[in-house]
Write a protein that binds this ligand. Structure first.
Ligand code: UDP
Ligand code: MG
Length: 309
């Protein structure tokens, strides 16, 4: 059996040597052949130099050097495209995903599971607000979609050959990976673990990225927001009708002194706001259609160096 490990890396020069030795220690003890594919996602620091150094000392290492920074989702996809083997594992380079879990992944793979994913039981070293938003996001998307996206899971997982081949067929530009992993189906298995804080370097996350990530999740997997617009429209129209009846009655019964400027303003602004908001929702979907119709390749590779073993 051959196991490929895919490591997307972006500006990880500080942590990579530690990461590689910890990963190596785990892989050395595995009773199968292994390959490690480092995908350099257009790092601006010395990451590529560090990986090249590592490759000189380890024949298992292959390097996919992307032409620029494409983001982790696409870096992983590049890894899938270059991976061979009976199964692949995706793991972060910052040691937040403990490599020590890999043997357990392999065990469940041999029991017949196609997707074995790590599921966080604690989020050590993360702020309360990030925890709360993550919690909310998972529960919301679960409610809005038919696909069961497991809560508190990241990309750290093992995929069988056929699961990886399925993922590789999904060439969409907007890649909400958690959703795609769930969407392909196949027997899946969760392995609980404690997520450590990042060992060195900085997380590339901030709340703006988190928000966009959530948007990506919703627009990739549900058109519920578009339906909300419809029902919001129906509700407002109905309320307007009731109000109109009342206004007509009031005018007939009590005459029509000129009044009501404030209420008029409120109604106009309210409707204007709702209209702009729903146009915005439409735009989110339209923009994504625009991106997809261009059918651009997902990434370009500057250089590929295969493993020497
Ligand atoms: N990463 C990447 N391209 C990017 C951003 C991140 O390949 O544009 C890699 C990064 O090097 C790390 C993994 O994706 O191995 C997770 O990144 P990060 O730790 O910033 O995310 P977080 O753990 O905060 O979700
Ligand atoms: Mg991290």
């Amino acid at each position: 059996m051959l196991l490929s490990i895919i490591v997307p890396t972006y500006n990880e020069e500080e942590v990579l040597p530690d990461f590689h030795s910890r990963l190596s220690r785990v892989l050395d003890k595995l009773d199968c052949d292994t390959k490690i594919i480092y995908v350099n996602d257009g790092s601006t620091d010395r990451t590529i130099g560090v990986i090249n150094n590592l490759r000189r000392g380890d024949t298992r290492i292959a390097i996919v050097d992307l032409s620029r920074n494409f983001g982790k989702e696409i870096a992983m996809t590049a890894g899938f495209d270059y991976a061979d083997g009976d199964a692949v594992v995706v793991i972060d380079a910052d040691l937040q995903d403990p490599p020590e879990l890999i043997p357990e992944f392999v065990k469940h793979y041999r029991e017949g599971f196609d997707v074995v994913y790590a599921q966080r039981v604690s989020r050590a070293g993360e702020r309360a607000l990030k925890k709360a938003t993550a919690f909310l996001f998972y529960r919301l998307i679960q409610g809005a979609t038919h696909i069961k996206i497991p809560v508190d899971t990241g990309d750290f997982r093992l995929l069988s050959r056929r699961a990886m081949d399925a993922i590789k067929k999904l060439r969409e530009q907007h890649r909400f990976m958690k959703g795609l992993y769930a969407w392909i189906g196949f027997p899946q298995k969760a392995v609980p673990y404690r997520r450590d804080p990042r060992q060195a370097g900085r997380s590339k996350w901030n709340y703006w990225r988190l928000w966009n990530f959530a948007l990506e999740g919703f627009t990739s997997f549900t058109i519920a927001p578009l339906k909300v617009a419809t029902y919001l429209g129906i509700t407002t129209a109905f309320a307007a009708f009731v109000y109109a009846v009342w206004v007509i009655y009031k005018t007939l019964a009590h005459g029509d002194p000129v009044a009501g400027y404030p209420s008029l303003m409120v109604v106009i602004l309210f409707l204007g706001g709702i209209q702009l908001m729903t146009i915005g929702v439409l735009g989110e979907y339209l923009g994504r259609m625009f991106d997809e119709t261009k059918q651009r390749p997902l990434y370009f590779v500057k250089e590929y160096q295969p493993a020497k073993n």
